[in-house]
Design a protein around this ligand. Structure first.
Ligand code: PMP
Ligand code: GLU
Length: 395
Protein backbone atom coordinates (compact mmCIF):
# COMPACT_ATOMS: atom_id res chain seq x y z
CA UNK A 1 0.00 0.00 0.00
CA UNK A 2 1.42 3.44 -0.86
CA UNK A 3 2.51 5.63 2.01
CA UNK A 4 -0.17 8.27 1.55
CA UNK A 5 1.00 10.40 4.45
CA UNK A 6 4.55 11.01 3.27
CA UNK A 7 4.23 11.06 -0.51
CA UNK A 8 2.42 14.39 -0.63
CA UNK A 9 4.05 17.73 -1.41
CA UNK A 10 5.00 19.37 1.90
CA UNK A 11 3.80 22.81 0.86
CA UNK A 12 0.32 21.39 0.21
CA UNK A 13 0.29 19.06 3.19
CA UNK A 14 0.99 22.02 5.45
CA UNK A 15 -1.77 24.07 3.82
CA UNK A 16 -5.19 24.27 5.43
CA UNK A 17 -8.26 24.13 3.16
CA UNK A 18 -10.36 27.25 2.66
CA UNK A 19 -12.35 27.97 5.83
CA UNK A 20 -15.08 29.80 3.91
CA UNK A 21 -15.49 27.07 1.33
CA UNK A 22 -15.42 24.32 3.96
CA UNK A 23 -18.17 25.94 6.07
CA UNK A 24 -20.28 26.42 2.92
CA UNK A 25 -19.76 22.75 2.05
CA UNK A 26 -20.63 21.67 5.59
CA UNK A 27 -23.84 23.73 5.56
CA UNK A 28 -24.78 22.15 2.23
CA UNK A 29 -24.12 18.68 3.63
CA UNK A 30 -26.23 19.27 6.73
CA UNK A 31 -29.05 20.58 4.59
CA UNK A 32 -28.85 17.50 2.36
CA UNK A 33 -29.16 15.41 5.53
CA UNK A 34 -32.43 17.17 6.27
CA UNK A 35 -31.43 19.86 8.81
CA UNK A 36 -33.09 23.26 8.42
CA UNK A 37 -29.84 25.15 8.08
CA UNK A 38 -29.64 28.94 7.93
CA UNK A 39 -26.49 29.37 5.89
CA UNK A 40 -24.88 32.75 6.53
CA UNK A 41 -21.39 31.46 5.77
CA UNK A 42 -20.30 32.00 2.19
CA UNK A 43 -20.41 35.15 0.13
CA UNK A 44 -22.67 33.85 -2.61
CA UNK A 45 -25.55 36.07 -3.78
CA UNK A 46 -28.99 34.49 -3.37
CA UNK A 47 -30.16 36.38 -6.48
CA UNK A 48 -30.24 34.52 -9.79
CA UNK A 49 -27.96 35.84 -12.51
CA UNK A 50 -29.74 38.58 -14.51
CA UNK A 51 -31.86 37.07 -17.33
CA UNK A 52 -30.11 39.04 -20.12
CA UNK A 53 -26.75 37.62 -18.99
CA UNK A 54 -28.02 34.05 -18.74
CA UNK A 55 -29.62 34.39 -22.18
CA UNK A 56 -26.33 35.58 -23.68
CA UNK A 57 -24.63 32.48 -22.26
CA UNK A 58 -27.34 30.18 -23.62
CA UNK A 59 -27.25 31.89 -27.01
CA UNK A 60 -23.47 31.33 -27.16
CA UNK A 61 -23.95 27.63 -26.32
CA UNK A 62 -26.68 27.28 -28.96
CA UNK A 63 -24.49 29.03 -31.52
CA UNK A 64 -21.77 26.43 -30.92
CA UNK A 65 -19.41 28.83 -29.14
CA UNK A 66 -18.07 25.89 -27.16
CA UNK A 67 -14.37 25.70 -28.01
CA UNK A 68 -11.09 27.12 -26.75
CA UNK A 69 -10.86 30.88 -26.95
CA UNK A 70 -7.71 33.00 -27.07
CA UNK A 71 -5.93 32.37 -23.78
CA UNK A 72 -6.17 36.00 -22.64
CA UNK A 73 -9.93 36.09 -23.32
CA UNK A 74 -12.09 36.95 -26.33
CA UNK A 75 -11.28 40.39 -27.79
CA UNK A 76 -14.78 41.79 -27.24
CA UNK A 77 -14.63 40.91 -23.54
CA UNK A 78 -11.12 42.35 -23.17
CA UNK A 79 -12.38 45.56 -24.78
CA UNK A 80 -15.45 45.65 -22.51
CA UNK A 81 -13.23 45.23 -19.43
CA UNK A 82 -10.85 47.95 -20.63
CA UNK A 83 -13.79 50.31 -21.16
CA UNK A 84 -15.13 49.55 -17.69
CA UNK A 85 -11.75 50.10 -16.03
CA UNK A 86 -11.24 53.39 -17.83
CA UNK A 87 -14.70 54.88 -17.32
CA UNK A 88 -15.41 53.59 -13.81
CA UNK A 89 -11.95 53.36 -12.27
CA UNK A 90 -9.90 55.94 -14.18
CA UNK A 91 -7.34 53.26 -15.07
CA UNK A 92 -6.36 52.88 -18.72
CA UNK A 93 -5.18 49.41 -19.76
CA UNK A 94 -4.56 48.11 -23.29
CA UNK A 95 -7.13 45.35 -23.90
CA UNK A 96 -4.88 43.14 -26.02
CA UNK A 97 -1.84 43.30 -23.74
CA UNK A 98 -2.67 44.35 -20.21
CA UNK A 99 -5.75 42.30 -19.27
CA UNK A 100 -6.24 38.59 -18.60
CA UNK A 101 -9.61 36.88 -18.23
CA UNK A 102 -9.62 34.00 -15.77
CA UNK A 103 -12.08 31.43 -14.43
CA UNK A 104 -12.67 33.45 -11.25
CA UNK A 105 -10.80 36.22 -9.48
CA UNK A 106 -9.41 33.63 -7.07
CA UNK A 107 -7.57 31.93 -9.92
CA UNK A 108 -6.11 35.30 -10.91
CA UNK A 109 -4.64 35.76 -7.42
CA UNK A 110 -3.12 32.29 -7.58
CA UNK A 111 -1.64 32.95 -11.03
CA UNK A 112 -0.34 36.39 -10.02
CA UNK A 113 1.37 34.89 -6.97
CA UNK A 114 2.94 32.13 -9.08
CA UNK A 115 4.17 34.63 -11.64
CA UNK A 116 5.44 37.40 -9.36
CA UNK A 117 6.75 35.83 -6.17
CA UNK A 118 9.97 34.00 -5.40
CA UNK A 119 10.39 31.71 -2.39
CA UNK A 120 11.08 33.83 0.68
CA UNK A 121 9.52 36.98 -0.77
CA UNK A 122 7.18 38.78 1.61
CA UNK A 123 3.61 39.80 0.84
CA UNK A 124 1.91 42.45 2.95
CA UNK A 125 -1.71 41.70 3.86
CA UNK A 126 -4.07 43.78 5.96
CA UNK A 127 -5.51 41.97 8.95
CA UNK A 128 -8.35 40.97 8.85
CA UNK A 129 -8.50 39.96 5.20
CA UNK A 130 -10.02 37.35 2.94
CA UNK A 131 -8.90 33.78 3.51
CA UNK A 132 -7.20 32.91 0.20
CA UNK A 133 -4.52 35.61 -0.09
CA UNK A 134 -2.06 34.02 2.34
CA UNK A 135 -2.43 30.48 0.89
CA UNK A 136 -1.88 31.79 -2.66
CA UNK A 137 1.30 33.53 -1.48
CA UNK A 138 2.43 30.48 0.48
CA UNK A 139 1.88 28.13 -2.46
CA UNK A 140 4.39 30.31 -4.32
CA UNK A 141 6.82 29.92 -1.39
CA UNK A 142 6.27 33.50 -0.22
CA UNK A 143 5.58 34.66 3.33
CA UNK A 144 2.56 36.73 4.42
CA UNK A 145 3.25 39.69 6.72
CA UNK A 146 0.23 41.24 8.42
CA UNK A 147 -0.55 44.90 9.04
CA UNK A 148 -3.59 45.59 11.25
CA UNK A 149 -6.35 47.58 9.55
CA UNK A 150 -9.78 48.24 10.96
CA UNK A 151 -12.35 51.01 11.22
CA UNK A 152 -10.47 52.76 14.03
CA UNK A 153 -7.01 52.62 12.43
CA UNK A 154 -5.83 56.21 11.92
CA UNK A 155 -3.83 57.35 8.89
CA UNK A 156 -0.80 57.90 11.13
CA UNK A 157 -1.04 54.37 12.55
CA UNK A 158 -1.44 52.87 9.10
CA UNK A 159 1.64 54.71 7.86
CA UNK A 160 3.73 53.61 10.85
CA UNK A 161 2.54 49.97 10.75
CA UNK A 162 3.02 49.69 7.00
CA UNK A 163 6.50 51.19 7.10
CA UNK A 164 7.45 48.83 9.91
CA UNK A 165 6.23 45.83 7.91
CA UNK A 166 8.32 46.56 4.80
CA UNK A 167 11.66 44.71 4.56
CA UNK A 168 14.10 44.23 1.68
CA UNK A 169 12.16 41.02 0.89
CA UNK A 170 8.76 42.70 0.50
CA UNK A 171 7.51 42.40 -3.10
CA UNK A 172 3.74 42.73 -3.07
CA UNK A 173 0.94 44.41 -1.13
CA UNK A 174 -2.58 42.99 -1.44
CA UNK A 175 -5.45 45.24 -0.51
CA UNK A 176 -9.17 44.71 -0.73
CA UNK A 177 -11.71 47.51 -0.75
CA UNK A 178 -14.53 47.13 0.13
CA UNK A 179 -13.02 44.60 2.47
CA UNK A 180 -14.07 41.03 3.04
CA UNK A 181 -14.82 40.44 5.96
CA UNK A 182 -15.27 43.90 7.53
CA UNK A 183 -16.91 45.82 4.67
CA UNK A 184 -14.46 48.65 5.23
CA UNK A 185 -14.06 50.97 2.23
CA UNK A 186 -10.57 52.44 1.93
CA UNK A 187 -10.43 56.22 1.65
CA UNK A 188 -8.24 58.01 -0.90
CA UNK A 189 -6.03 59.13 2.00
CA UNK A 190 -5.52 55.54 3.19
CA UNK A 191 -4.82 54.36 -0.36
CA UNK A 192 -2.25 57.13 -0.76
CA UNK A 193 -0.34 55.74 2.21
CA UNK A 194 -0.07 52.38 0.45
CA UNK A 195 0.83 54.13 -2.81
CA UNK A 196 3.62 56.08 -1.06
CA UNK A 197 5.05 52.89 0.45
CA UNK A 198 4.81 51.04 -2.89
CA UNK A 199 6.62 53.81 -4.74
CA UNK A 200 9.24 54.33 -2.07
CA UNK A 201 10.08 50.62 -1.75
CA UNK A 202 9.38 49.53 -5.34
CA UNK A 203 6.51 47.13 -4.55
CA UNK A 204 3.69 45.68 -6.64
CA UNK A 205 0.14 46.29 -5.47
CA UNK A 206 -2.68 43.83 -6.09
CA UNK A 207 -5.94 45.72 -5.62
CA UNK A 208 -8.86 43.33 -5.13
CA UNK A 209 -11.93 45.35 -6.13
CA UNK A 210 -14.43 42.52 -6.40
CA UNK A 211 -16.90 44.20 -4.00
CA UNK A 212 -16.57 47.57 -5.73
CA UNK A 213 -20.26 47.79 -6.65
CA UNK A 214 -21.55 46.75 -3.23
CA UNK A 215 -21.14 49.99 -1.37
CA UNK A 216 -23.59 51.97 0.79
CA UNK A 217 -24.36 55.30 2.42
CA UNK A 218 -22.46 57.44 -0.09
CA UNK A 219 -19.08 55.76 0.46
CA UNK A 220 -17.12 55.87 -2.77
CA UNK A 221 -14.86 53.30 -4.35
CA UNK A 222 -11.44 54.60 -5.37
CA UNK A 223 -9.00 52.39 -7.25
CA UNK A 224 -5.40 52.77 -6.13
CA UNK A 225 -4.39 52.30 -9.79
CA UNK A 226 -5.82 55.76 -10.51
CA UNK A 227 -3.53 57.52 -8.01
CA UNK A 228 -0.58 59.34 -9.59
CA UNK A 229 2.25 56.98 -10.57
CA UNK A 230 0.39 53.84 -9.49
CA UNK A 231 -0.85 52.36 -12.76
CA UNK A 232 2.66 51.09 -13.52
CA UNK A 233 2.82 49.00 -10.34
CA UNK A 234 -0.82 48.07 -9.70
CA UNK A 235 -2.82 45.05 -10.77
CA UNK A 236 -6.56 45.56 -10.53
CA UNK A 237 -8.41 42.37 -9.72
CA UNK A 238 -12.13 42.15 -10.30
CA UNK A 239 -14.81 39.75 -11.47
CA UNK A 240 -18.50 39.21 -11.95
CA UNK A 241 -19.20 36.85 -9.03
CA UNK A 242 -20.49 39.50 -6.65
CA UNK A 243 -21.45 42.46 -8.86
CA UNK A 244 -23.53 40.33 -11.23
CA UNK A 245 -24.46 37.34 -9.04
CA UNK A 246 -22.33 35.04 -11.20
CA UNK A 247 -20.32 33.00 -8.67
CA UNK A 248 -20.92 29.67 -10.42
CA UNK A 249 -20.01 30.95 -13.87
CA UNK A 250 -16.43 31.53 -12.69
CA UNK A 251 -15.36 34.73 -14.37
CA UNK A 252 -12.70 37.09 -13.08
CA UNK A 253 -10.02 39.27 -14.58
CA UNK A 254 -6.76 40.97 -13.77
CA UNK A 255 -5.32 44.09 -15.40
CA UNK A 256 -1.78 45.34 -14.99
CA UNK A 257 1.46 46.36 -16.67
CA UNK A 258 2.22 44.33 -19.80
CA UNK A 259 5.47 42.75 -18.52
CA UNK A 260 3.61 41.30 -15.52
CA UNK A 261 0.58 40.20 -17.53
CA UNK A 262 2.89 38.42 -20.03
CA UNK A 263 4.38 36.34 -17.20
CA UNK A 264 0.94 35.55 -15.77
CA UNK A 265 -0.22 34.54 -19.24
CA UNK A 266 2.37 31.73 -19.30
CA UNK A 267 1.07 30.30 -16.02
CA UNK A 268 -2.50 30.67 -17.28
CA UNK A 269 -1.69 28.92 -20.59
CA UNK A 270 -0.13 25.99 -18.75
CA UNK A 271 -2.91 25.65 -16.17
CA UNK A 272 -6.38 26.59 -17.45
CA UNK A 273 -5.77 27.67 -21.08
CA UNK A 274 -8.76 30.05 -21.09
CA UNK A 275 -11.93 30.89 -19.21
CA UNK A 276 -15.05 29.00 -20.42
CA UNK A 277 -16.04 30.25 -23.90
CA UNK A 278 -19.79 30.80 -23.44
CA UNK A 279 -19.20 32.39 -20.02
CA UNK A 280 -17.07 35.03 -21.70
CA UNK A 281 -20.00 35.90 -24.01
CA UNK A 282 -22.27 36.18 -20.96
CA UNK A 283 -19.65 38.41 -19.33
CA UNK A 284 -19.79 40.82 -22.26
CA UNK A 285 -23.55 41.07 -21.75
CA UNK A 286 -23.03 41.64 -18.03
CA UNK A 287 -20.52 44.44 -18.52
CA UNK A 288 -22.06 46.13 -21.55
CA UNK A 289 -25.76 45.64 -20.85
CA UNK A 290 -28.00 47.58 -18.42
CA UNK A 291 -26.69 47.75 -14.85
CA UNK A 292 -30.08 48.19 -13.14
CA UNK A 293 -30.02 44.59 -11.87
CA UNK A 294 -26.87 45.34 -9.90
CA UNK A 295 -28.49 48.53 -8.55
CA UNK A 296 -31.52 46.49 -7.47
CA UNK A 297 -29.28 44.00 -5.61
CA UNK A 298 -27.36 46.77 -3.87
CA UNK A 299 -30.63 48.32 -2.67
CA UNK A 300 -31.76 44.97 -1.29
CA UNK A 301 -28.40 44.29 0.37
CA UNK A 302 -28.54 47.67 2.06
CA UNK A 303 -31.99 46.99 3.50
CA UNK A 304 -30.87 43.55 4.67
CA UNK A 305 -27.72 44.97 6.21
CA UNK A 306 -29.71 47.53 8.19
CA UNK A 307 -32.18 44.93 9.45
CA UNK A 308 -29.52 42.34 10.34
CA UNK A 309 -27.19 44.78 12.09
CA UNK A 310 -30.01 46.20 14.15
CA UNK A 311 -31.18 42.70 15.19
CA UNK A 312 -27.60 41.79 16.15
CA UNK A 313 -27.13 44.92 18.21
CA UNK A 314 -30.28 44.04 20.19
CA UNK A 315 -28.56 40.87 21.44
CA UNK A 316 -26.71 41.33 24.77
CA UNK A 317 -23.00 40.53 24.33
CA UNK A 318 -22.94 41.36 20.61
CA UNK A 319 -21.85 44.63 19.03
CA UNK A 320 -21.95 45.24 15.31
CA UNK A 321 -20.93 48.30 13.29
CA UNK A 322 -22.70 49.10 10.03
CA UNK A 323 -20.49 47.73 7.26
CA UNK A 324 -19.71 50.29 4.55
CA UNK A 325 -19.60 47.81 1.70
CA UNK A 326 -19.59 44.14 0.55
CA UNK A 327 -22.31 41.86 1.98
CA UNK A 328 -21.01 40.71 5.33
CA UNK A 329 -21.90 41.68 8.88
CA UNK A 330 -18.93 41.49 11.22
CA UNK A 331 -20.29 41.40 14.76
CA UNK A 332 -18.00 41.36 17.78
CA UNK A 333 -19.12 38.41 19.89
CA UNK A 334 -16.46 38.65 22.63
CA UNK A 335 -19.13 39.75 25.11
CA UNK A 336 -20.71 36.29 24.93
CA UNK A 337 -17.60 34.79 26.55
CA UNK A 338 -16.93 32.48 23.58
CA UNK A 339 -14.05 32.52 21.12
CA UNK A 340 -14.83 32.95 17.43
CA UNK A 341 -14.38 29.26 16.77
CA UNK A 342 -16.50 28.21 19.76
CA UNK A 343 -19.24 30.62 18.76
CA UNK A 344 -19.37 29.49 15.13
CA UNK A 345 -19.14 25.77 15.92
CA UNK A 346 -21.71 25.78 18.72
CA UNK A 347 -24.10 28.01 16.80
CA UNK A 348 -24.00 25.52 13.94
CA UNK A 349 -24.44 22.51 16.25
CA UNK A 350 -27.18 23.98 18.43
CA UNK A 351 -29.15 26.25 16.09
CA UNK A 352 -27.98 25.11 12.62
CA UNK A 353 -26.80 28.61 11.70
CA UNK A 354 -23.65 28.51 9.57
CA UNK A 355 -21.22 31.44 9.98
CA UNK A 356 -17.50 31.89 9.44
CA UNK A 357 -15.37 32.38 12.57
CA UNK A 358 -13.56 35.72 12.50
CA UNK A 359 -10.14 34.24 13.21
CA UNK A 360 -10.28 32.55 9.78
CA UNK A 361 -9.54 36.04 8.42
CA UNK A 362 -6.46 36.67 10.56
CA UNK A 363 -5.51 37.19 14.19
CA UNK A 364 -7.37 40.52 14.26
CA UNK A 365 -10.59 38.64 13.54
CA UNK A 366 -10.59 36.83 16.89
CA UNK A 367 -13.69 37.89 18.81
CA UNK A 368 -15.73 38.29 15.62
CA UNK A 369 -17.83 36.12 13.33
CA UNK A 370 -18.77 36.87 9.74
CA UNK A 371 -22.38 36.61 8.58
CA UNK A 372 -23.19 36.90 4.90
CA UNK A 373 -26.34 38.91 4.21
CA UNK A 374 -26.41 37.75 0.60
CA UNK A 375 -29.44 35.81 1.82
CA UNK A 376 -33.22 36.27 1.72
CA UNK A 377 -34.92 38.57 4.25
CA UNK A 378 -36.68 35.52 5.76
CA UNK A 379 -33.43 33.58 6.13
CA UNK A 380 -31.74 36.56 7.77
CA UNK A 381 -34.62 37.16 10.19
CA UNK A 382 -34.67 33.47 11.07
CA UNK A 383 -30.87 33.49 11.47
CA UNK A 384 -30.93 36.53 13.76
CA UNK A 385 -33.69 34.96 15.91
CA UNK A 386 -31.71 31.74 16.25
CA UNK A 387 -28.54 33.66 17.18
CA UNK A 388 -30.48 35.58 19.85
CA UNK A 389 -31.82 32.29 21.27
CA UNK A 390 -28.34 30.76 21.17
CA UNK A 391 -26.72 33.68 23.02
CA UNK A 392 -29.54 33.66 25.61
CA UNK A 393 -28.92 29.96 26.22
CA UNK A 394 -25.31 30.73 27.17
CA UNK A 395 -26.34 32.68 30.26
N1 PMP B 1 -11.67 38.33 -3.53
C1 PMP B 1 -12.49 38.40 -2.48
C2 PMP B 1 -12.25 39.45 -1.45
C3 PMP B 1 -13.53 37.49 -2.33
O1 PMP B 1 -14.34 37.57 -1.27
C4 PMP B 1 -13.72 36.51 -3.30
C5 PMP B 1 -14.85 35.55 -3.06
N2 PMP B 1 -15.06 34.54 -3.77
C6 PMP B 1 -12.83 36.48 -4.40
C7 PMP B 1 -11.82 37.41 -4.48
C8 PMP B 1 -12.90 35.46 -5.49
O2 PMP B 1 -14.05 35.51 -6.24
P1 PMP B 1 -14.26 34.63 -7.54
O3 PMP B 1 -13.16 33.62 -7.60
O4 PMP B 1 -15.60 34.01 -7.37
O5 PMP B 1 -14.19 35.57 -8.69
N1 GLU C 1 -15.54 34.86 -1.27
C1 GLU C 1 -16.62 34.18 -0.60
C2 GLU C 1 -16.37 34.19 0.88
O1 GLU C 1 -15.46 34.78 1.36
C3 GLU C 1 -16.84 32.80 -1.17
C4 GLU C 1 -15.96 31.72 -0.65
C5 GLU C 1 -14.54 31.91 -1.04
O2 GLU C 1 -14.28 31.91 -2.24
O3 GLU C 1 -13.75 32.11 -0.12
O4 GLU C 1 -17.14 33.58 1.58
Amino acid sequence: MPDYATHIARRVKELAGSPTVSVMDKARRLRAEGRAVVDLSGGDPDFPTAPNVTEAGIAALNAGFTHYTPSRGIPELLRAIARKLETENGAVYKPAKEILVMPGAKQAIFVAAQALLNPGDEVILFDPCWVSYAPCAELAGAVPVYVPMHAQTTAAELRVDLTAAVTPRTRLVILNSPNNPTGQVWTAEQLQIVADAAQQHDLWVLSDEIYEKLIYDGHRHVSIAALPGMIERTMILNGLSKSHAMTGWRLGYIAGPEPLIEEMLKVHQHSTTCAASFVQKAAVAALEGPQDYTDMMVGRYKARRDALVSSLNAIPGIRCELPQGAFYAWPNIAGTGLTSTQFAERLLDVEAVATTPGNAFGAAGEGYVRLSYANSDEMLADGAARIARFVKSLR
